[in-house]
Design a protein around this ligand. Structure first.
Ligand SMILES: [Zn+2]
Length: 463
């Protein structure tokens, strides 16, 4: 067997690295890219593949092997993944598009509604650079959501593949602060149905059903969504509310803590856990919501990290930073500080019961910057009781299955879209490695990281 080390000394001697760390879309002679030498965790949960080679052609994965059995094609662009773990692009099941971590919604929302085109590209770049190549938006301005999703699809600016909900549907009069923002309020089941139809006609990918709705309203919404192959995300505020939403056919339930997602106060009953697990409904815990405050208390310096807001225009950086400087006084955390204390126990109960858990970051809420939301969420999931491999599956293949997109994304294998990331180190040993995303490829386009061209000698030797 050839020694991997010696191959790579020679291989890399033949590489002509471009020094740019930003997006490189220049075509290479063969149209092929080889991601070489990393440990591959392919999204199927099996043993990792060491010294892997992933060949990408155009938008898709062409072949997967190792440096001993898969030759690097002549002229291929080469990404050196030695010392890295290669993973499917992450899928964030709960991110926001109209908020960027600022502290006071009433101050931020009027600005964000009027000036979203000035910060959305920066926000999307943060998400993408954190390794998120697909993100579900759950509750935002319709106009912002569609602009963001469609601009990215057109290639106007880089970002994850987005699925968007637009405003959530809720019962009764909107609260004062919501009036200008992202809610459609209804008073009858027929009202809920027509609100759902209107949003679906406008082109949303899912619908968010907010807490106050009655069963016939939720049922009307899910019927309309399912007719068109779309799904419904819901909040559930109590055991009864959770049971009602499951009966009414919602597909995912967001958040835990504060009695949400079917917990009876600070705990789940065994019956409820069994019911949730058997139903197959997806729970998106968004641990960041309950825990980002404690995390910031333990390390207030994270708010001063220039990287958290680096791509935003200076004016927005200043605005966000000054809004969270006195974060302990933010009204947003009044209840979450209390609720956060129960999150670890509730999450462990869900994990132990075998509930279908999907990773969602709630990126954009106060202190919860898009730049670090995914790695922080994944670290919490692991620390609070999920194995590293389980966390990775909950962030890749399982959400892809939930979204019925697993034929395209969620795993690295021939024929799938080349949504591929690499992180420095081994997240199976240390989940915090997810903070060190050094390669991001979406549909074969390299957005973060660098590539070179394999020299002739190296190519021959690698064979
Ligand atoms: Zn949310």
């Amino acid at each position: 067997m050839r020694s991997p080390g010696s191959v790579f000394v020679l291989l890399c001697a033949g590489l002509l690295f471009n020094s740019s760390l930003t997006a490189q879309k220049s075509p290479n002679a063969s149209g092929l890219t080889a991601i070489v030498g990393g440990m591959l965790v392919d999204g199927h949960g099996g043993a990792p593949l060491h010294h892997s080679v992933v060949i990408v052609e155009g938008k898709t994965v062409k072949a997967v092997g190792t440096i001993d059995n898969l030759p690097i094609p002549q002229g291929a662009r080469v990404i050196d993944a030695r010392g890295k773990t290669v993973l499917p692009g992450l899928i964030d099941m709960h991110a926001h598009s109209d908020i960027v971590g600022a502290g006071v919604y009433d101050q931020w929302h009027p600005i964000s509604k009027a000036r979203y085109k000035e910060f959305v590209p920066a926000m999307e770049k943060h998400l993408l650079f954190s390794g998120v190549t697909t993100a579900r938006e759950v509750g935002g301005f319709l106009e912002t959501d569609l602009y963001m999703r469609d601009s990215i699809n057109r290639g106007d600016f880089p970002g994850p593949r987005r699925l968007v909900s637009g405003p959530w549907i809720n019962f009764g009069e909107p609260a004062e602060g919501e009036k200008r923002h992202h809610t459609v309020n209804v008073n009858t089941a027929e009202g809920a149905r027509s609100a759902a139809i209107k949003l679906l006609d406008a082109g949303v990918d899912l619908i968010k059903a907010y807490p106050n709705l009655t069963e016939d309203m939720v049922r009307a919404i899910t019927e309309e969504a399912h007719k068109r192959g779309k799904h419904v995300a819901a909040h559930a505020d109590s055991v009864e509310d959770m049971n009602m939403r499951m009966r009414a056919g919602v597909d995912s339930v967001e958040h835990i803590g504060l009695g949400r997602s079917g917990a009876a106060g600070t705990s789940y009953t065994p019956e409820m856990l069994a019911h949730i697990a058997q139903s197959g409904i997806a729970i998106v815990p968004t641990l960041n919501v309950g825990l980002v405050y404690d995390e910031t208390e333990a390390f207030p310096g994270r708010l001063e990290n220039p990287k958290e807001l680096e791509f935003f225009p200076a004016e927005f950086q200043d605005l966000v930073r000054s809004s969270v400087r006195n974060y302990s006084h933010l009204r947003y955390f009044d209840d979450k500080r209390r609720g956060g204390a129960h999150v670890p126990h509730l999450f462990k109960q869900l994990v132990d019961a075998g509930v279908r858990i999907l990773m969602g970051t709630e990126a954009g809420t106060p202190l919860n910057f898009h730049h670090s939301a995914a790695p922080r969420e994944m670290v919490w999931m692991n620390r609070l009781g999920m194995s590293p491999m389980d966390v990775i599956l909950a962030s890749t293949r399982r959400p892809a299955q939930f979204l019925q997109m697993d034929r395209q994304i969620g795993s690295i294998e021939p024929g799938k879209l080349a949504d591929i990331i690499a992180v420095d180190g081994n997240p199976l040993h240390e989940m915090a490695a997810m903070h060190r995303v050094s390669v991001v490829m979406k549909e074969g386009v390299l957005h973060k990281g660098r590539a070179g061209t394999a020299g002739t000698n190296a190519t021959q030797l690698a064979r």
